[in-house]
Design a protein around this ligand. Structure first.
Ligand code: KIV
Ligand code: ZN
Length: 516
C-alpha cells in the first residue's frame, strides 16, 4: 500500500503569534521561517498581511528567502485582505492564499451579522479573487467545530467549484472531542471525495488539539495546521512536535501516512522559538519540555541505565536533542566552529551579522569560560531587536538605592543620531530606568512582564532579561531581550529592544510599503 503525505502547515508565525506576548519583529520572523523550512514544514503561514504594515513586511521578506516551503498569508473573505495577501507573498517560489469566513450560527448571527446565503456568497467571491492571483487557495470555515454539517457541505461545494484546493475545518474554540472530530472528518471526506485536500486546525482549550488532529488524520485529513511548542490563541494550537512524533512513534497505527518533517530539527526549532518569544514550554511538555527525558525515580533511573527503552519511547536524539554536545565553545573557538554551531542551532546569518555575532561571542568568551547552546541562542536573539536606525543605549548609571530614592541616568542615541541624556527616579531601580527611557524616547510603555534568567551557572552567569511591553493599548505587547553580566544593563537593553521592535513592526523606523 502506498503511503499518503500528511501536509504539515505551520502557523507559528500567524496563530502562534496571537499568543499573548508573542509578537515578533521581521528579523525574528525570518529566522523562524528559515528554521521551519529546515525542519521540513510544507506550508509556512507567515502572517496576516492586511493586519498591519509590520505583518505585511514580514510576510514579504519571508517570501523572498524561503524556497522549498510554500509561503502563505491569511486573509479574511474581503477584497482588500486578499489583495494585500497576494502582494505580500508575490516573491515566493511557492505561494498560497488562505481565506476564511465563519460558518457557525453564533458567529454568522452575532459577529458577521450575515445570513448563511451571504456567507456563501462572500466565500465564493473571496476564493474567486484569490484564485485570480494564485493557483493554491485554501478556504477555512471558521468555527467549523460548531457549524451545521449540512451547511458546511454546501459552502465547501461552492468554494471547491470556484477553485479552492484545500478545505480547512477549524475547531476554533477547541470544544470537540476526538471521536466527534473523527466522525465529522469522515463524513466530509466522503462528501468531498478527493475534490480537495481536507485540513484540520484544532485549538487546545480542552487539551485535545493533538488528539483531535490525530483522529482527523485517521479519518482522511491530509493536512494538519499546527504550531511549534503549541503556541497560539488562548490555550494554543495543536503542537507540531507532538503530532509528528505521534505519527512516527505509532507508525503501527499510522502505517498509511508520512510527513516531510526532519525530526532532528524539532528540538532546535523549539528552542529557537522559546528564546525569541521568551515563552518557555512547560517543563513537563511532551517532546520538548525540559523534563521530557528526565528520569527522577530510582526505579526509573535504574531501568534506563540498563536499557533506555524501559522508560523512553524514543531517543532524544531523534528530535535533535543531543545531551553530549551541549557544552560547546570557549575562548579559543574559531569563526568556523562558531558558524557551524549557529547553523546547528537554526540561525542563518549573513556575513555582516555573523561578524558582529562573532565579535559579541569573543567578548562573552572573555568573561565566561564555557559557552553553552543557550548562551549562544541568547547572544543572537538579544540582538534581533537592534533594527536599523533604532534607539541605542549608550550609557546607564544607577544611583545607589539603599535607603535613598532609586534613580537612574540614561544616555540614548536616537534614530536621528542625536545623543540624549536624562535622569529620573522610580519606585525601584528598574522602574527608574524604564521611566527615564520613556521620557527620552517619547514613547510611554506599560511593562506587562519581566523575566530574568541566569544563563548557565556560576557568578559569571549572564543575565538574560525578557520583557513584554505595551506601547499602545490597542496593540499587543511586544517582546524585548537584553543580555549582560549586569542585570540592570540587560533590563535597559531589553526595554529599548521592545521599543525598537514595536516601532519597526509599526513601520515607524522605516518607510512604509507602498499600497499598505
Ligand atoms: O482558529 C481558527 O479558526 C483560525 C482560522 C483563521 C483558520 O485560526
Ligand atoms: Zn486558529
Amino acid at each position: 500500500m502506498s503511503k499518503e503525505q500528511v501536509i504539515i502547515f505551520d502557523t507559528t508565525l500567524r496563530d502562534g503569534e496571537q499568543s499573548p506576548g508573542a509578537s515578533m519583529n521581521t528579523k525574528e520572523k525570518i529566522q523562524i521561517a528559515t528554521q521551519l523550512e529546515r525542519l521540513g514544514v510544507d506550508v509556512i503561514e507567515a502572517g496576516f498581511a492586511a493586519a498591519s504594515p509590520g505583518d505585511f513586511e514580514a510576510i514579504n521578506e519571508i517570501a523572498k528567502v524561503v524556497k522549498k516551503s510554500t509561503v502563505c498569508s491569511l486573509a479574511r473573505a474581503l477584497e482588500n485582505d486578499i489583495i494585500q495577501a497576494a502582494k505580500a507573498i508575490e516573491p515566493a517560489a511557492k505561494k498560497r492564499i488562505h481565506t476564511f469566513i465563519a460558518t457557525s450560527p453564533i458567529h454568522m448571527e452575532y459577529k458577521l451579522k450575515m445570513s448563511p446565503e451571504t456567507v456563501i456568497k462572500k466565500a465564493v467571491e473571496a476564493v474567486k479573487l484569490a484564485k485570480s492571483f494564485v493557483s493554491d487557495v485554501e478556504f477555512s470555515c471558521e468555527d467549523a467545530g460548531r457549524s451545521d454539517i449540512g451547511f458546511l457541505k454546501e459552502i465547501i461545494d461552492a468554494v471547491i467549484e470556484v477553485g479552492a484546493t484545500t478545505i480547512n475545518i477549524p475547531d476554533t474554540v477547541g470544544i470537540r472531542l476526538p471521536n466527534e472530530i473523527g466522525a465529522m472528518i469522515k463524513e466530509l471526506y466522503e462528501h468531498i471525495n478527493n475534490r480537495a485536500i481536507i485540513s484540520v486546525h484544532n485549538h487546545n482549550d480542552l487539551g485535545l488539539a493533538v488528539a483531535n488532529s490525530l483522529a482527523a488524520i485517521q479519518n482522511g485529513a491530509r493536512q494538519v495546521e499546527c504550531t511549534i511548542n503549541g503556541l497560539g490563541e488562548r490555550a494554543g494550537n495543536a503542537a507540531l512536535e507532538e503530532i509528528v512524533m505521534a505519527l512516527r512513534v505509532r507508525k503501527d497505527v499510522f502505517s498509511n501516512v508520512y510527513t516531510n518533517i526532519n525530526t532532528k530539527e524539532i528540538y532546535p526549532t523549539s528552542r529557537l522559538i522559546a528564546s525569541i518569544t521568551g515563552i518557555e514550554p512547560q517543563p513537563n511538555k511532551a517532546i520538548v519540555g525540559r523534563n521530557a527525558f528526565a528520569h527522577e525515580s530510582g526505579i526509573h533511573q535504574d531501568g534506563v541505565l540498563k536499557n533506555k527503552l524501559t522508560y523512553e519511547i524514543f531517543s532524544p536524539k531523534e528530535i535533535g536533542l543531543n545531551k553530549d554536545d551541549t557544552l560547546i565553545l570557549g575562548k579559543h573557538s574559531g569563526r568556523a566552529a562558531f558558524k557551524a554551531k549557529l547553523e546547528k542551532l537554526g540561525f542563518s546569518l549573513n556575513e555582516e551579522e555573523l561578524n558582529s555575532a562573532f565579535k559579541r561571542f569573543k567578548e562573552l568568551a572573555d568573561k565566561k569560560k564555557d559557552i553553552y547552546d543557550d548562551d549562544i541562542r541568547a547572544l543572537i536573539t538579544s540582538n534581533m531587536t537592534s533594527v536599523e536606525n533604532s534607539f541605542e543605549l549608550v550609557a546607564l548609571q544607577i544611583m545607589d538605592s539603599t535607603g535613598g530614592v532609586p534613580s537612574a541616568a540614561v544616555t540614548i542615541k536616537t534614530p536621528k543620531g542625536e545623543k540624549i541624556t536624562d535622569a529620573g527616579i522610580g519606585d525601584g531601580t528598574i522602574d527608574a530606568i524604564f521611566k527615564t527611557i520613556d521620557r527620552i524616547t517619547g514613547h510611554l510603555g506599560e511593562l506587562k512582564d519581566y523575566k530574568v534568567k541566569s544563563l548557565s551557572q556560576g557568578k559569571d552567569a549572564l543575565a538574560n532579561v525578557t520583557v513584554q511591553v505595551q506601547f499602545n493599548k490597542d496593540e499587543p505587547a511586544v517582546i524585548g531581550h537584553g543580555l549582560s553580566i549586569d542585570t540592570m544593563l540587560a533590563s535597559a537593553k531589553a526595554y529599548l529592544g521592545a521599543l525598537n521592535s514595536y516601532l519597526s513592526m509599526q513601520g515607524l523606523l522605516k518607510k512604509r510599503h507602498k499600497g499598505v
